[in-house]
Each structure stands twice: as C-alpha cells, then as structure tokens.
Design a protein around this ligand. Sequence first.
Ligand code: URA
Length: 242
Amino acid sequence: MRKTERLDKLLSNLGYGARRDVRHWIKQGWITVDGHPATSPAQKVCPQQVLLEGKALDHPDGLTLMYHKALGTVCSRKEDGRLIYADFPERWIDRKPPLSSVGRLDKDTSGLLIVTDDGLLNHQLTSPKHHISKTYAVRLAHPLDGSEAARFASGSLLLEDDDRPCLPAELSISSDTEAELILHEGRYHQVRRMFAAIGNHVQLLTRIRIGALSLHDTNLAAGEYITTTPAELMQRITPCEP
Ligand code: URA
C-alpha cells in the first residue's frame, strides 16, 4: 500500500502554496483525489491520486536532477552571485525536504552537478566509502612540462593550508595547456590548488564526469537539467556495482 499524507501538507511541501491556499483551491473545486473533488485540507491522500487543476503533482516521490552548471553561478546562498536554483522552476525553491547540490562546484567552474532532495543519495555520492571519482577538464595558463602526472600520482602533493597530502590522482594530457584530471576525493577548490601547488594556474575548469556518468552523454547545455531517479542515477554512475 502506498503512503498517504494530509492534502494541505503534501501540497505545501511540494511548493505549491501555503496551507491556506490549499483550503481556497478545495473550495474552488480545483483539486481532485482519485477522481472526486477534495473535501478537506486534512484529508489523507495518496500523492499519485491527486490532480491540481487537472494536472498530476510535480515529482511527489522526490526530485533528483542531472544538471549542467554554467560558469558564474553559485551553489550556496552564502556566496555572491546568481544561484544555480534560478535555473529550476520557482516552485522547487519551496519544496521540503529542500533540494541541494551534491558537493559544490565553485563560481568559476562549470559542468556536471547532481542536485537532489534525497539525503541518502547525497550521502552515497559524497561519502569516501563509495569511491566515486570526479573527472575535470582543465585549461592552463602555462604549458605543461611533462612532470605533472607523476607529481599528482605520487600521493605526496601537499596543498597550501592542508596538513595531509592529496590522494593519488590521474592526469592525462590532451595538449600543451589542456588536460583531464581524475580525483578520488573532494577538497575545497582542489583542482585549482593542485595546479597552483606545482606553479601553474587553471584558466578554465569543467567537471566532465562523475563516476562513469559523463556530461557529454547527458547532452545538457549549460544551465539545463534533466530529472532522474536515485536508482537510475546510481546505475549510470557506478554501472558495475550490484
Ligand atoms: N576543483 C576546483 O578547483 N573547483 C571546483 O569547483 C571543483 C574542483
């Protein structure tokens, strides 16, 4: 049997409006439950049976997105700048539980970002126990000299202000000033700080892969998103795990 919940709480947690709005919509006859006009805000309903103005509710079972973060947007309200949430429908801002990004990309970094209201999924994707790698495409200010891959792979590279060296990371060089870097941990501004630690400077940074999920395969342009489910997402990020 599917879980039931109070009609007014359900609609308000999905960001449709305040509980008093729901009372008004019921009076207007705008809400139906299993084909019958809703009778009370306290009515216990199964979300899949509710229609508002004839339309099914928006992702009542939770919301998970694959999103292409654009350059210049910010993941946190504590930073200055246009929030990533401005790229989503306005109603989603008021959802409970709230949407949040899985980790962060800094303002000057674009690329693949997962956004979800599922706390367990968020934990699975960020916990070191799950070993989910992140791949970044980098454009550098100065030409690479050929020593970088070994230094990043050494496990002894120390970043400014850190007391523990970085885990070994894999660098593959694409041209004089372009490379892809696979990280197995996520520290603050890690890619930029790794290149700074060896005397170079990152000019352009894009996250192109999370585990096996590639930004290219999503076909998302900057600022676009697609909805998915936690199960489908985990399957695409870690396809070999049972
Ligand atoms: N490394 C960075 O420097 N910035 C990011 O946003 C992600 C990884």
